[in-house]
Design a protein around this ligand. Structure first.
Ligand SMILES: Nc1ncnc2c1ncn2[C@@H]1O[C@H](COP(=O)(O)OP(=O)(O)OP(=O)(O)O)[C@@H](O)[C@H]1O
Ligand SMILES: [Mg+2]
Length: 263
């Protein structure tokens, strides 16, 4: 029997606006994202990339408009459902949110906070089974830092910490991975390697992947769909071969207020 090639919508934005203290960070965003898509979000600092990603797991709600997340209005999730949602839609935040005093394997375990009862979490955090540690070791192998399994997280480099945050996300077996600037503290070769790891994991797990990136070359080289955000608006939403040089220049153009005037 052939499988019907029907794409399911994972996220639908309908005229979504988000304001912080009355100031809009995102304005009237219309967007559809299908399950399994791999999308890079690019745009200048302060354009709204983090705000957009945080709306996808309902950490931030629209001020106006509505978002459907996995077929349900983001406002209609109960607190219990939200916990499950955030376990299913894993966010790797820009600041990584790792516990520096924990060993690497403990930080990976915290990815399952949404799935475990409190006693089970405590047991896994302080007396994990051999099987759990083997599982974490194999995830660390996928991100290339298996030798750091027992290291204290504070002793790791910025790039290694980013890999721990990716491993924590893989441990959740999410249906969506939201990665907010996951390659900010690594050299170009390691940045490309980490982007490829995330794309490979998403492919293998059939997960949707959205990644914000300051590195435009990485976005263009590795993603089939790129969303450019400028001043809280979608400036373009296209495949890399359709994006013009002009659109890219406009995306990063400085505003009047950002240009320092000489003496
Ligand atoms: N918690 C907050 N309170 C008030 N304003 C905020 C808050 N978070 C973001 N903003 C504002 O919203 C706008 C969008 O911010 P956001 O963090 O989404 O941008 P970004 O594209 O992720 O930037 P960067 O590339 O620097 O990470 C900015 O003007 C920012 O100052
Ligand atoms: Mg950001």
């Amino acid at each position: 029997m052939t499988k019907p090639d029907q794409k399911k919508e994972a996220f639908v934005f309908d005229k979504v606006q988000h304001c912080y203290s009355g100031v809009p960070a995102l304005e009237k965003i219309d967007l559809k994202i299908n399950e399994g898509e791999k999308i890079a979000i690019v745009g200048p600092s302060g354009s709204g990339k983090t705000t957009l990603l945080n709306m996808l797991n309902a950490s931030i709600q629209p001020t106006n408009g509505r978002i459907e997340i996995l077929g349900k209005d983001s406002n209609l999730y109960s607190p219990k459902e939200l916990k499950a949602l955030r376990s299913n839609i894993s966010l790797i935040p820009q600041n990584l949110a790792l516990v520096n005093s924990f060993r690497v394997w403990q930080n990976v375990i915290t990815g399952s906070i949404g799935d475990y009862s409190f006693p089970k979490l405590i047991k896994n955090l302080f007396a994990p089974s051999e099987k759990k540690l083997l599982e974490i070791h194999s995830i660390l192998e996928r991100v290339g830092i298996e030798e750091k399994l027992y290291s204290v997280t504070s002793t790791l480099s910025g790039g290694q910490k980013q890999r721990v945050a990716v491993a924590r996300s893989i441990f959740q077996s999410p249906s969506t991975i939201l990665a907010d600037e996951p390659v900010s503290s690594v050299d170009p070769a390691r940045a490309a390697s980490l982007v490829k790891i995330l794309l490979k994991v998403a492919e293998e797990e059939e997960a949707t992947l959205l990644m914000s990136l300051h590195n435009l070359d990485l976005a263009i080289k590795h993603f089939p769909r790129i969303i450019g955000i400028r001043n809280g608006n979608i400036h373009f939403d296209q495949s890399p071969d359709q994006i013009s040089q002009r659109q890219l220049e406009e995306l990063y153009e400085l505003k009047e207020s950002e240009i320092l005037q000489d003496g």
